[in-house]
Design a protein around this ligand. Structure first.
Ligand code: NDP
Ligand code: MG
Length: 386
């Protein structure tokens, strides 16, 4: 039995993790979980999974839940940043599934590493904002970081039994997001609803917008740099609209190993939980290549997708530049989702934030948190009168 603590239990990845646990109750148990504001779903989870520790975002919701479950003295309730960290390091858990969104996941991740927890990591913003800290702490503590992002899980699977020194390059595939068939001119007046309509995957709002702007692929390039310890010129991106090949590894002898499957995030989530084993996936849809018929590929156009260009540039500069990239993106996407800026303004705001920043090499946690906060304030100052 694997005891799981789950950060971001009410989100898209969190709910699919709950689904994996639900279909294998003999193998997995959720012992601690955190949520943001969806306390309706938290109530259901408490009845279904009987976790021992539950954390929510606000003090108000904490009081509501505590009174709803006042007869359950066996459950501890917490809230805020302290609660997130307590769930991440929960003593009875052997693995943390980090499915919270944003750099709010950084501190709990570092604490979980110190507490010697293996981590199934979906929370890519944590690796983008402070990959050097996460990776060096994980190495020091001897804990595993198991990728949940489908591309990184594909690469991780393709690398089983292989030596890292034999890798020529990684090829990360990109579906192209909601606007892949539109020109830049046609992006001027797109609405939030149109941006949220992803053709292949059903995901949380922020990552769906990131997919449309191609920033998601940019974040994934940086995530791959840290997870697989490769320089940026060995990480390529390829448009592949069917999302069947989830990513590939090319080796020095020109062999390419890819991982394929129908788009279903429960596959990488479950693999991270069962690694190095595999178990049947409940309700799986098998890949039928004859039915798919054709798979399409094309080169990435960096002019069409400036966010991808920003990510490579920030990644190569390193230090606090990727902290700025991530924080500016989080703040700009949030401004777009609340109707304050247009879709194309997301990239303008990120570019401004990157341009005004003087990079600091090898930042410590405090510096990262400071730069993250200052960047958000900078973006907020640019959009405050909208
Ligand atoms: P969602 O927005 O669907 O879920 C985010 C989760 O985090 C929710 O449980 C939310 O709570 C919680 N949360 C948000 N802000 C806070 C906060 N300040 N404090 C505590 N909890 C908070 O995101 P996704 O599931 O889509 O994505 C999660 C991560 O996984 C992201 O890093 C994303 O990039 C990555 N990822 C997602 C994929 C997907 O298919 N969705 C694919 C690959 C990677 P609540 O809803 O209760 O408010
Ligand atoms: Mg992905």
């Amino acid at each position: 039995m694997k005891n799981i603590s789950l950060l971001g239990a009410t989100g898209s990845i969190g709910q699919q993790t709950a689904d994996v646990v639900r279909s294998h109750p003999d193998q997995f148990k959720i012992v601690a979980l955190s949520a943001g504001k969806n306390i309706e779903l938290v109530r259901t989870y408490i009845q279904e999974f009987e976790p021992k520790l539950v954390s929510v975002q606000t003090e108000e919701d904490y009081h509501v839940l505590k009174s709803d479950f006042s007869s359950r003295k066996d459950i501890e309730f917490m809230y805020g940043d302290e609660g997130l960290t307590a769930v991440a390091v929960y003593g009875q858990a052997t693995i943390l599934v980090n499915a919270v969104i944003g750099s709010v996941g950084l501190y709990p991740t570092l604490q979980a590493i110190k507490a010697k927890k293996d981590i199934a990591i979906a929370n890519k913003e944590t690796l983008v904002t402070a990959g050097h800290l996460v990776i060096s702490e994980a190495k020091k503590a001897g804990v595993r970081l198991l990728p949940v992002d489908s591309e990184h899980s594909a690469i991780f699977q393709a690398l089983q039994g292989e030596k890292e020194k034999n890798i020529e390059r990684l090829v990360i595939t990109a579906s192209g997001g909601s606007f892949r068939d539109r020109t830049r001119e046609e992006l001027k007046d797109v609405t939030v609803e149109e941006a949220l309509n992803h053709p292949n995957w059903s995901m949380g709002a922020k990552i769906t917008i990131d997919s449309a702007s191609m920033m998601n692929k940019g974040l994934e390039v940086i995530e791959a740099h840290w997870l697989f310890d490769l320089p940026y010129d060995k990480i390529d991106v390829l448009l592949h609209k069917e999302s069947i090949i989830h990513s590939m590894v090319e080796f020095h002898d020109s062999s390419v190993i890819a991982q394929l499957g129908t788009p279903d995030m429960r596959v990488p989530i479950q693999y991270a939980l069962t690694y190095p084993d595999r178990i049947p996936l409940a309700g799986r849809k098998r890949l039928n290549l004859a039915e798919a018929g054709k798979l399409h590929f094309s080169d990435m156009d960096f002019t069409r997708y400036p966010c991808l260009q920003f990510a490579y540039k920030a990644g190569k500069m390193g230090g606090t530049m990727t902290t700025v990239l991530n924080a500016a993106n989080e703040a700009a996407v949030s401004a777009f989702l609340s109707g304050k800026v247009t879709f194309l303004e997301i990239e303008t705001l990120i570019e401004k934030a990157l341009n005004q920043h003087s990079v600091i090499a090898l930042p410590d946690l405090e510096t990262i948190q400071e730069v993250d906060n200052m960047t958000r304030q900078y973006i907020e100052s640019l959009v405050k009168d909208r």
